[in-house]
Ligand binder design. Sequence first.
Ligand SMILES: [Zn+2]
Ligand SMILES: [Zn+2]
Ligand SMILES: [Zn+2]
Ligand SMILES: [Zn+2]
Length: 111
Amino acid sequence: MATYKKPCMHCKTLIDGDSRFCPTCGSRSPFGYVCPTCRTPISKEQVACPGCGRHLRVICPYCGKPTFVADKCEHCLGTLMVKCQNPRCGEMQFFENQKCTACGKRLKKGR
Ligand SMILES: [Zn+2]
Ligand SMILES: [Zn+2]
Ligand SMILES: [Zn+2]
Ligand SMILES: [Zn+2]
């Protein structure tokens, strides 16, 4: 299958259409929002993920306001992603995830 370029929805850089993240701005959802737990495509109008049923609004750990499950809080722009502590993985994971979606290792809570 030919690789074609698509613009990142956040920074508008043209990147490979099968990229899992944008190398320019670091977004994990360059072409649209995906569920942070199961990676099903989601939209801001949805209340729950059609794939796993998780709620698509979370309380921001920084400002305490409800925000969409994106890379960053809509209000204070605090990052909602944490790095997997498996040194061979290092994927960015949603802060509420119990397990890394890339390597399956349990994510430690707290800082
Ligand atoms: Zn980008
Ligand atoms: Zn899901
Ligand atoms: Zn916030
Ligand atoms: Zn991992």
